[in-house]
Design a protein around this ligand. Structure first.
Ligand code: BMA
Length: 335
């Protein structure tokens, strides 16, 4: 077993979400958490959905295994007056969701998907709350950049600059399966000097038709190891149409040129098996958005002996936690 579930059930369920009137009262679900380790604590950004299918992002703080959820959803700011550059028309934002958190130099940066009347877009935010509030400033997220350019999802920032530039992976939405939402089967890399303007550097990897990862999308931010960037992604087996199966796998990217795939897991490394992963709002979904590393060396590389804690949404309903080590996941990657 490469990833082992922690605890006898989900890490967090809707019962753990405090009542936050007027918006969050007896919510339907909590899932797809971003995660980051910062000053000895683990922070999550939880996606909480109400019975009205409204989406909120709620921060949580803990030791990696037990979490305290903040009694206030994240305050997003700076996206109120977005104008589509092509048409000059105001963009209506419906949902902000699936936060991926990256510790970037001296700040915490977050990438979210944003459902708008123009389609799905990506936004880069920075933690702007007061750190003394105890949630590392993640209780307030200020817009840094918004890509009007393409319909895309699953955006994630690298924790380091390469050749002075920030790097981001995302997964353009270019197809629809079984009448579902727009999705895609290719992860691409972009570079930026300012997190606002991005240059496309081209495709990284694509889905493998007929196998577990026909459609793919990035999971948590890549982890720097001596072997390469270790990146967890989700793969979707689509041959069951209405019963798509979401699983997790790993890929190893070259440290200097992350466009180069060095190795990839042939099989999935975590798949829906527990009842709470197989049943819920969307059945059979493992959707990782956050991962923390317990040991890094002085140069910021994850030790091979380090534990990896993977935080994932299960069945779009609850949050799961599974652990592994860098060595185990590297060993599962095949050239
Ligand atoms: C993906 C995203 C995720 C969701 C998953 C499973 O396309 O929309 O937010 O968890 O589908 O429904």
């Amino acid at each position: 077993m490469i990833f082992a579930r922690r605890g006898g059930g989900p890490l967090l369920t809707r019962d753990d979400v405090p009542t936050l009137p007027p918006d969050i009262i007896d919510p339907s679900s909590v899932f797809n958490p971003g995660a980051v380790q910062h000053k000895g604590k683990t922070y999550l950004l939880l996606r909480v959905q109400t019975r009205g299918r409204r989406t909120f992002t709620v921060p949580a703080k803990g030791d990696g295994f037990k979490f305290k959820i903040l009694k206030r959803p994240v305050e997003f700011c700076g996206h109120e007056n977005l104008i589509d550059p092509e048409t000059g028309i105001a963009v209506t934002v419906h949902h902000i969701y699936d936060a991926r958190i990256t510790a970037l130099e001296d700040r915490l940066a977050v990438v979210t998907a944003v459902d708008t009347d123009r389609g799905c877009r990506l936004a880069v935010w920075q933690a702007a709350g007061k750190p003394q509030a105890g949630f590392a400033g993640l209780d307030k997220l200020e817009l840094v950049g918004f890509n009007h350019d393409r319909d895309t999802r699953n955006g994630v920032l690298f924790p380091d600059r390469i050749d002075g530039r920030y790097l981001m992976l995302d997964r353009p939405n270019d197809r629809r399966t079984g009448g579902g939402p727009l999705t895609g089967r290719g992860i691409v890399l972009s570079a930026s000097n300012d997190l606002v303007h991005w240059e496309d550097l081209g495709p990284i990897m694509t889905g493998r038709p007929h196998y577990w990862d026909e459609l793919i999308g990035s999971g948590p931010p890549p982890v720097k190891t001596r072997e390469g960037w270790l990146h967890i992604y989700h793969g979707v087996a689509t041959h069951f149409l209405g019963a798509n199966l979401y699983q997790a796998g790993a890929v190893l990217l070259d440290l200097e040129d992350p466009r180069r795939v060095l190795a990839r897991t042939r099989d999935n490394i975590l798949e829906p098996r527990e009842t709470w992963e197989m049943t819920g709002q969307v059945p059979n979904v493992i959707f990782p958005c956050g991962m923390t590393v317990t040991e890094t060396d002085d140069e910021g590389y994850a030790a091979t002996s380090s534990e990896l804690r993977l935080y994932y949404g299960a069945a779009d309903t609850v949050v799961g936690l599974a652990v592994s080590t860098v060595a185990k996941v590297l060993a599962a990657c095949e050239a």
